[in-house]
Design a protein around this ligand. Sequence first.
Ligand SMILES: [Fe+2]
Length: 399
Amino acid sequence: MQDVKINTVIREEQVRLLKGLISHLDAGTNVDAKGILENPADTYTSEERFAEEKDNFFKDYPQIIGMTGDLPEPGSFMTIEDFGVPILATRDETGSFKAFANVCAHRAVIVENEKKGLKSKFSCPFHGWTYNNKGELIGFPKPDHFGHIDKSCYGLKELPCKEEYGFLWVHPNPKGAIELNQLFGLKLMKEFDSWGFENLVLGEEVEYVTDMNWKLAIDTFGESYHFSTLHKDSLFESFHGNVQMFDIFERNSRITLCKRDIDTMKKEPEENWHICRGAFPVYFLFPNIILNVSEFGIILVREYPLEDSPHKSVSKVSFYYRPEVLKEIEKLNISMADAGSEGFGSIIRDEDYVVAAASHKGMKSGIVDAITFGRNEPALHHYHNTWREALGYQRLPLI
Ligand SMILES: [Fe+2]
């Protein structure tokens, strides 16, 4: 843990967060949003809201498609179809990250069908039109029969993309812009920079399909009020429930959950403290990303609607490890699933998403007009008010 990259500013922030948690524990208090919110059920169940959020947040908003560790070397590629435009992302021979619409310039067929791998040429299965990992059309069969075309005009459509702080961003709109400063603000970008996410290695990826609106999956990460009931035999053993810190960064936020290890850590000198020892930071990166950080690495959760429906969604959960942690896992002969999805993954799948799907069923029945977010659940206040403002709706009033 000593070699986690930490700069001075972030060190101060770590101590502030840990002291805040300790003082809540000592006083028996929690973060306070100063009021209660009622979030209309149609946020989750209405087809109209769903059409609006799809247009605004998935088809025309910068998307985090993964981390640097997803494209570990020159020649790596990945494909995704999570938000409308099929994407082919590559790392070219110079190490540059590039993103294209995975759509053939000839007959619009999906060019590459593998999810991930090492390949620097991509051939369309229909007629064999072939592109390099810079998106250039490098050949097609029987040009003398097909007719003359200017190959430079028939490349894959390039999409705006950016790789920074270990994240891979793609904008699904070819004319879109990815302005990190505007999206996250300097403070959060500095914090991203301090973590060293660019060094993480992909361990395992899993997907959980659930009958619920995609935002209910996000809501399950937003508070620790439920730890002592829903997670009483799992997370509650290593986390204090109903204690957290909360901070806002533009449309994004961070909750800092409280590990029980803080009880021994607080008795030690401050220089021994570390945020990942006493706490568990969770970033909400608007609109659909939950980033969980621990001493081992990160768990990136991407939430997407499925089947063009507000009632079904998929959680794509990727486990990335610090290289030395990965070596330790290999040495101990632990499977990637035991290290990742069978631990944390199974808790969200078998506990959180089960109640979230039940909540969706309850709202879909039409029996309630709204669900309620408490004073101790400020991340849910912020997320849903941000969602509303971004779609042109009024903020929800505090009750
Ligand atoms: Fe939970």
